[in-house]
Write a protein that binds this ligand. Sequence first.
Ligand SMILES: Cc1cc2nc3c(=O)[nH]c(=O)nc-3n(C[C@H](O)[C@H](O)[C@H](O)COP(=O)(O)OP(=O)(O)OC[C@H]3O[C@@H](n4cnc5c(N)ncnc54)[C@H](O)[C@@H]3O)c2cc1C
Length: 402
Amino acid sequence: MNFEDSAAEAAYRKQVSAWLAEHAPAWSTAGARRDSEAEIVRLARGWQACKAAAGYVGITWPCEVGGQGGNAIQQVIFSQEEARHRVATMPFQVGMGMCIPTVYSFASHAVAQRYVGPAMRGEEIWCQLFSEPAAGSDLAGIRTRALRDGDRWIVNGQKVWTSWAHHSDYGLLLVRSDAGLPKHKGLTMFYVDMRAPGVDVRQIRGMTGETDFNEVFFTDVVIPDSQRLGDVGQGWKVAMTTLMHERFAIGRPADAPSVDELVALARSVRSSEQTLLDNAAVREAIAGFYVRDAGLDFIRMRVQTSLSKGRAPGPEASVLKLVMAKTRQDIGAFAMDLLESGAIRDTDSTPLDGFRYYQLFAPGLRIAGGTDEILRNIIAERVLGLPPDLRVDRDLPFNALK
Ligand SMILES: Cc1cc2nc3c(=O)[nH]c(=O)nc-3n(C[C@H](O)[C@H](O)[C@H](O)COP(=O)(O)OP(=O)(O)OC[C@H]3O[C@@H](n4cnc5c(N)ncnc54)[C@H](O)[C@@H]3O)c2cc1C
């Protein structure tokens, strides 16, 4: 494990941080909790265009499609440095992180040329239409179906939890094209125009009060075969390419309250003659969070070292995500205990608002990109060598499953 950047990485970090110090403030936001959604989208578009003009979008993407031809560690360094600034990136994270790399990997050069540039410059937003009411962890169980009709497909079904679909121009859509095959084999991937007739996007309000999730209904939506990504029946392989690109997300969320902020909070609250920080039980609990965060930093360095050496990170990325999300939720809950408060949103103060927000937001972190239980299964199988989950339905035709 490396604790320091290599000379080349340090030079890149210096260049990036100088550029960010000059340009990021112009696009900074008060944060997800205080800007309106329209303002976040406006700022995110501007920031995306600014980064694209400077060559900081598509850092790992091939030069032929307009990317920078860089390596994974450069992307990680840019993301780490960018996270030090309050810039809006949310509406573009799914598109840049997962959808566009899938498009240029599986579409013709002409199609890639059409879509990569506008997405890079913040002109078009993309979403990921994978999860369904009965298929999340078991993604291969999706039921949205596509029937072939000459050189077009007719799609019917429902997706759910689609982040930012209501602002999206295009979506990456996984469908079942042959229910007579085993579940992983009858899938096909398309990209879809989110304004096509028959696409109905309905917002869902989460417990943080935000409405960036959606249900998306498809009723007789016509998709030309030219919008297929990969071969018919190869949708699982294409989907795995999409999900592989999630691996660069190795930091803690930029706006998550830190242990230092927890210390400041405990110092600011008085109980009789003392502050809460003078209480031994409070100090012990905060020390526990500090130890967990220090452990996370070391695992993060292991992941980063793998990327730096050109290797894909192994199961340590699962450990990182599992512990990080639970720690953020626990810190939020502990802050509420200190304040003898609940998670109801009633003030706009900092850092209190950040803790309260994270207590409500972190359960989602523990679900998105692999639930706690799925990550534990990965760790059990790949690290501890325990027997794999039973997969009795793997070889049966999908339409024979009860
Ligand atoms: C913030 C957020 C953003 C998201 N954005 C998107 C998006 O943009 N596009 C998209 O397609 N989806 C998105 N999702 C959906 C996400 O991918 C799914 O919620 C996730 O895969 C879990 O699926 P599920 O909700 O159907 O739960 P299920 O898979 O039904 O799980 C229910 C419970 O059963 C447990 N469980 C399931 N299988 C096993 C098993 N084999 N062993 C042990 N326990 C198991 C799970 O851990 C969980 O506790 C998002 C989710 C969140 C929270």
